[in-house]
Design a protein around this ligand. Structure first.
Ligand code: NAP
Length: 265
């Protein structure tokens, strides 16, 4: 086991660490002196990142390859963390993917995987690691949601609904734990330059500018440092659109969302 004394340093468990935002969060936690546990399917990528973080920041890194679409994965991960003697002080639920297109054309098997990865796995991992997070000196539960969860999202229907779940769940957990040492945050980025659009098998269905991984990671840590949960939307344009979506008539919001994601004029 590569984990150093778990009582000495914070330990961040990060899903989706093989790419994009998850990789960014892992790098930032390591730069801040935390040991990290990297989770995703692509083990070679995780090993590469682990080597980089060990040599750059001198932290301990464990790699736990896992397919979060497997219903057993959250419990297997929690058990493995226990075997490694890891007591998580931070959990970043970042793994996720979307599927672009009309709901009627979506592959039912892929829908099931999407819900497993975007909804079930982060919910169960949060629940399973909650005792450790609550016991930590400065525990962190960071749930990566999306502006797609601020309103129903035509052409990304399952994804938007999944992210609405994540935001709602996180806000409730935040409220339940107010007054505790645990910092709970749902971070809602807008379109960000990662492999997300490729994974969603789509051209970029983008409203507004495309943000960077560095912007999202930095804004997340600022919000965590300021205890400014439960929900943080990243970027002024995205905040403005989310406020608009909240107050505009639902049909108008749906029309705008449909145009944005379908490319219709
Ligand atoms: N990019 C955006 O525009 C944007 C905007 C708002 C929110 N988000 C959210 O940000 C999070 C990270 O996405 P990203 O933008 O960084 O995209 P990304 O570069 O495609 O990264 C997605 C990550 O999720 C992991 N993942 C996907 N399916 C998995 C599975 N079955 N089991 C385990 N891990 C799995 C991938 O790892 P493996 O493929 O190696 O398993 C990868 O590490 C997601 O929750 C996404 O919904 C993204």
């Amino acid at each position: 086991m590569t984990q150093s004394d778990p009582t000495r340093r914070p330990v961040a468990v990060i899903t989706g660490a093989s790419s994009g935002l998850g990789r960014g969060y892992a790098t930032e936690f390591a730069a801040r002196g935390a040991d990290v546990v990297l989770i995703a399917r692509r083990a070679e990528r995780l090993e590469e990142l682990a080597a980089t973080l060990r040599s750059l920041h001198g932290v301990a890194v464990d790699v736990l390859p896992a397919d979060l679409a497997d219903p057993a994965a959250p419990q297997v991960i929690a058990d493995r963390l226990g075997e490694l003697g890891v007591r998580a002080t931070a959990l970043v639920n970042c793994a996720g993917f979307g599927t672009a297109g009309l709901f009627e054309n979506e592959d039912p098997a892929r829908i099931a995987q999407e819900i497993a990865v975007d909804v079930t796995a982060p919910t169960l991992l949060a629940r399973l690691l909650m005792p450790d997070l609550l016991a930590a000196e400065r525990g962190i539960l960071l749930m990566v949601s999306s502006t797609a969860g601020h309103q129903p999202t035509p052409n990304l229907a399952v994804y938007g609904a999944s992210k609405a779940f994540v935001t709602s769940l996180t806000a409730a957990i935040w409220r339940e734990n107010r007054g505790s040492r645990l910092r709970v945050l749902a971070v809602c980025p807008g379109p960000t330059a990662t492999e997300f659009f490729e994974a969603a098998d789509s051209r970029q269905f983008v409203v507004g500018r495309i943000g960077t991984i560095a912007e999202v990671v930095s804004a997340s840590f600022t919000a965590l440092d300021r205890h400014s949960g439960p929900v943080r939307t990243i970027g002024f344009g995205n905040i403005a659109r989310s406020v608009g979506a909240k107050f505009a008539p639902r049909r108008l919001t749906l029309m705008v969302g449909d145009k944005a994601t379908s490319g219709k004029k």
